[in-house]
Design a binder for this molecule. Structure first.
Ligand code: PMP
Length: 442
C-alpha cells in the first residue's frame, strides 16, 4: 500500500478534546487509512484498533458494502431537505432502526451526532410534558460522571466537571444522581457489579427535594463509557425505571455507545432488560462512515407531542442534515451488515473470552480495578502522585508505538474493539497493554 503524505501544516486545525500544543509538537500518531480491525499511519505502520475508532466502527473499518451504498446514494440524491418534504431513504432508515429498538419504540428522529441526539431527547421530554399540560416539568436529572456530549443540554445533564467548568452557568434546573462507581465494594467485578442498587433510590431524594411535578426526565447511559467504563449494579436500572414510573418521569437512555451490538444485543435496553421512554443513538448507526445520530421514542411520546398541538408544526426542532441521504444510505447498509453478520451475536459469543482477557491484567503493576460488560473493558490504574492521567497517557503512547490503539480517560484505559474482533486480536491487545503497563512501572 502506498504511503499517504502527512499534511504540510498542522496550524489551522484546532483539534477537539486535544492537547493541541503537545500534539503539534509530536505528530507521530496520525492515522491515514483503515481496514478491518486496523488503522495504518501515513508511513504504513499497522495499529490494531482496540477502540473501534471512538466506540463507533462496530462492523470494522473500510466495509465495502457501506462505501458502495454511500457512493450509489451520492449519485442518486446528494441532499434534500426533510422539513415539510421527504426523501425515501430517510423513511427507510428510520423503519430499520424502529425494527431494532424495543417493542413500542417505533418513532425515530434524526440528528447528526450523539450530542445532538442528547439535546434532542431533552427537548422531546420537555415538549412531551408541555403537550400533556404539565409544563411545570422542566427539571432534568443526570448523573455524576455521565457523558451526553457537548451541546448545552447534554453538557449540563452530563456530570463531568472538566467538560462544564469553562462554560459558565449552563442549563438551569438540572440535578445529578451519584455515579454508580463503588470501587471499595465492586472492584474487579466481572460483568454487572453486585453492590449499589440502592444508589438508584437517590432519585427519591431528588423527588422529595424538588417535587415530582417539576421533574421532566432522568437521563443516564446504560453503561457509562467515556468516563471510564462504569457498569450499572445489578437491578439499578430496573429501580430507576420503577421510580420514574411511580412519579411520571420520563427515562432517557443514552445508547450512543451501548447501541448497535456493543453489549451483545441491538441496544443496552435489551441486554439489561429495561425499556426507556426515549433512547439516543449515533456512532455505530452508520459505522461512523458518515455522521448520523437518532432518537427513538415510545409511540405514546410521539403521539402526545404530535397530537398535543392543533395543526401546524408540532416540534420546533430539527437539523438541516436530519436524515441526510448519504447518512441514511450508510445506516441502511450498516444495519444490513449487523443483521447478515449477526454482529451483536458475535459480540455476545466472544464476551466470555474478552472478559477473561480483561481480568488477566489484574496482577499487572498499578492496576486498581478492571471492569467489563459486553465488548467494553476498563482498566483503572493508580495515578502518579500529583499527576492524574499521566500514567495512563504514558501507557497509551507505549501501546500506540507497539501497534495497538487504546483510549484513555484520566487514569483509566478504555477498550471497545470492533465487534468483528477475533481471539488472536484480543490476545494482541491484552499482551501489548500488559507490556505497556509493566514498562511504565519499570
Ligand atoms: N453520549 C454518549 C454516551 C457518548 O459516549 C458520546 C460520545 N462519546 C456522546 C453522547 C456524544 O456524541 P458525539 O461526539 O457524536 O456528539
Amino acid at each position: 500500500m502506498n504511503e499517504i503524505s502527512r499534511p504540510n501544516s498542522l496550524d489551522a486545525y484546532w483539534m477537539p478534546f486535544s492537547d493541541n500544543k503537545y500534539f503539534k509538537g509530536d505528530t507521530s500518531r496520525m492515522l491515514a487509512r483503515a481496514e478491518g480491525m486496523s488503522y495504518y499511519t501515513p508511513d504504513g505502520k499497522e495499529v490494531l484498533d482496540g477502540t473501534a475508532g471512538l466506540w463507533c466502527c462496530n462492523a470494522g473499518h473500510g466495509r465495502v458494502e457501506i462505501k458502495e451504498a454511500i457512493q450509489k446514494q451520492a449519485a442518486i440524491l446528494d441532499y434534500a431537505p426533510t422539513f415539510q418534504l421527504g426523501h425515501p431513504i430517510a423513511f427507510e432508515a428510520a423503519a430499520r432502526i424502529a425494527e431494532m429498538t424495543p417493542e413500542g419504540m417505533d418513532r425515530v428522529f434524526f440528528t447528526n451526532s450523539g450530542s445532538e441526539s442528547a439535546d434532542t431527547a431533552l427537548k422531546i421530554a420537555l415538549a412531551y410534558h408541555k403537550a400533556r399540560g404539565d409544563s411545570g416539568r422542566v427539571r432534568m436529572i443526570g448523573r455524576e460522571r455521565g457523558y451526553h456530549g457537548v451541546g448545552f443540554g447534554g453538557m449540563s445533564v452530563g456530570g463531568i466537571g472538566g467538560n462544564r467548568k469553562q462554560f459558565g452557568a449552563l442549563l438551569p434546573y438540572v440535578d445529578h444522581l451519584p455515579s454508580t462507581h463503588l470501587p471499595a465494594k465492586n472492584a474487579f467485578s466481572r460483568g454487572l457489579p453486585h453492590h449499589g442498587v440502592e444508589l438508584a433510590d437517590t432519585l427519591e431524594n431528588l423527588v422529595a427535594l424538588h417535587g415530582a411535578e417539576t421533574i421532566a426526565a432522568v437521563m443516564v447511559e446504560p453503561v457509562a463509557g467515556s468516563t471510564g467504563v462504569l457498569v450499572p449494579p445489578v437491578g439499578y436500572l430496573q429501580r430507576l425505571r420503577e421510580i420514574c414510573d411511580k412519579y411520571g418521569i420520563l427515562l432517557i437512555f443514552d445508547e450512543v455507545i451501548t447501541g448497535f451490538g456493543r453489549l451483545g444485543t441491538n441496544f443496552g435496553a435489551e441486554r439489561l432488560g429495561v425499556v426507556p421512554d426515549i433512547m439516543t443513538m449515533a456512532k455505530g448507526l452508520t459505522n461512523a462512515a458518515v455522521p448520523m445520530g437518532a432518537v427513538a421514542v415510545k409511540n405514546g411520546v410521539y403521539d402526545t407531542v404530535v397530537n398535543g398541538v392543533a395543526g401546524g408544526i408540532e416540534f420546533f426542532h430539527g437539523y438541516t442534515y436530519s436524515g441526510h441521504p448519504l447518512a441514511a444510505a450508510a445506516a441502511i447498509a450498516t444495519l444490513q451488515l449487523h443483521q447478515s453478520e449477526d454482529l451483536p451475536g458475535r459480540a455476545m459469543a466472544i464476551e466470555p473470552y474478552w472478559q477473561d482477557a480483561m481480568h488477566s491484567m489484574k496482577d499487572a503493576p498499578n492496576v486498581i480495578d478492571i471492569r467489563d460488560f459486553g465488548l467494553i473493558g476498563g482498566i483503572e490504574l493508580s495515578s502518579r502522585p500529583g499527576k492524574p492521567g499521566a500514567r495512563a497517557m504514558d501507557v497509551f503512547r507505549r501501546c500506540f508505538d507497539a501497534g495497538v490503539l487504546v483510549r484513555v480517560t484520566g487514569d483509566i484505559v478504555a477498550l471497545s474493539p470492533p465487534l468483528i474482533i477475533e481471539k488472536p486480536h484480543v490476545d494482541r491487545i491484552v499482551n501489548t497493554l500488559t507490556d505497556a503497563i509493566r514498562a511504565e512501572a519499570a
